[in-house]
Design a protein around this ligand. Structure first.
Ligand code: IPM
Ligand code: MG
Length: 357
């Protein structure tokens, strides 16, 4: 039987409770299929700051690099959000983790579950059939550029957006490869009418496009992309963009699906891959058993796919769809109707995965 080493980084807020449900579902996968998962826990985020003063300790990094995949919950804690004097922040742990694991491509797929078409803030005819992937660059741009900080008198603050050709090349290539496996349409999102980094993105993407003649490539300014996501989301197949544009556009896009609590992601790079929901730590819900575990469970499905366990991944996705169709959903999706708790949703999906019934 094939065995996989999984690093389990639950993190902050609702992280631990949604992670519990994902593991419950993976336990069901082990029960039904021929595979075994061996977990090693690592601390990260505010939990790690509390434990050892570092939001991404070396010990956690070691657990990640020695694993076949990393499952990650969420990071963030309101204790740090409005404290300008905080020297370390949980988010620094997330960024350092992405950087040190070389996770340069963040894959954020968006599909509309038919049963949720009415839950979308957009009209049914606009959202039906929406199925696209955003490939977000994850280890460069304004998130990491130097210099950053404050002028000496504190009256000025600055961040720097930097991209090197090779950083653009590798993520754009990944996006073209994804487009080849899908509907062969790639949209490169930038702000080339204003930003030098965007002009380099466009130059590099144009060169690489020549290697993929079967893919239809188009370029779109980010402000227009923000509008097109609402106006005609089914236009998109694969979208590739820089770090901060991708952060913003994917939060926007997530709403189309009916809830931010549904969207998983995969972060891929040079070594081990990481799987995390795109939502944050949702501190208001922490410990209350009300958060939607589906994005975490679907992230685990992306992990299964990545490990080559396609049938297993399909079973998990089917389980999520079944829970949605049967109305076994948390409050974010039930809209006043009876809602299930985090653990009830996990139980329901796990039970389906065990039996396929
Ligand atoms: C995300 C989050 C993070 C980001 C935050 C928590 C630093 O919003 O994964 O989208 O901006 O990348
Ligand atoms: Mg974000």
């Amino acid at each position: 039987m094939k065995s996989y080493k999984i690093a389990r980084l639950a993190g902050d807020g609702i992280g631990p409770e949604i992670m519990r449900e994902a593991v419950k579902v993976l336990d069901a996968v082990q029960e039904r299929f021929e595979c075994h998962f061996e977990y090693t826990d690592g601390v990260v985020g505010a939990a790690a700051i509390d434990a050892c003063g570092d939001p991404y300790p070396d010990a956690t990094h070691k657990v990640c690099v020695e694993s076949d995949a990393v499952l990650f919950g969420a990071i963030g804690d309101p204790r740090f959000d409005n404290d300008p004097s905080a020297k370390v922040r949980p988010e620094q742990g997330l960024l350092r983790m992405r950087k040190s694991l070389g996770l340069f491509a963040n894959i954020r797929p968006l599909v509309l579950f038919p049963a949720l078409a009415e839950r979308s803030p957009l009209r049914r005819e606009r959202v039906e059939g929406v199925d696209f992937v955003c490939v977000r660059e994850l280890t460069g741009g304004i998130y990491f550029g130097r210099p950053r900080g404050r002028s000496e008198d504190g009256s000025q603050a600055f961040d720097t957006c930097v991209y090197e050709r090779r950083e653009i090349e590798r993520v754009v290539r990944k996006a073209f490869e994804m487009a080849l496996m899908r509907r062969k349409h790639l949209t490169v999102v930038d702000k080339a009418n204003v930003l030098a980094t965007s002009r380099l993105w466009r130059e590099v993407a144009t060169e690489i496009a020549a290697e993929y003649p079967t893919v239809k490539t188009d370029f779109m300014f980010v402000d227009n992309a923000a509008m097109q996501l609402i106006q005609q989301p089914s236009f998109f197949d694969v979208m590739v963009t820089e770090n901060m544009f991708g952060d913003i556009l994917t939060d926007e896009a997530s709403v189309i699906s009916g809830s931010l609590g549904l969207l998983p992601s995969a972060s891929l790079g040079e070594g081990v891959a990481l799987f995390e929901p795109i939502h944050g730590s949702y501190p208001q819900a922490a410990g209350r058993n009300i958060a939607n575990p589906m994005a975490m469970i679907l992230s685990a499905a992306m992990m299964l796919d990545h490990l080559g366990l396609q049938a297993e991944a399909a079973a998990v996705r089917k389980g999520v769809e079944k829970a949605i169709n049967d109305g076994v959903v948390t409050a974010d999706l039930s809209h006043g109707e009876k809602s299930a708790s985090t653990s009830e949703v996990g139980d329901y999906i796990a039970a389906f995965v065990k039996t396929d019934k």
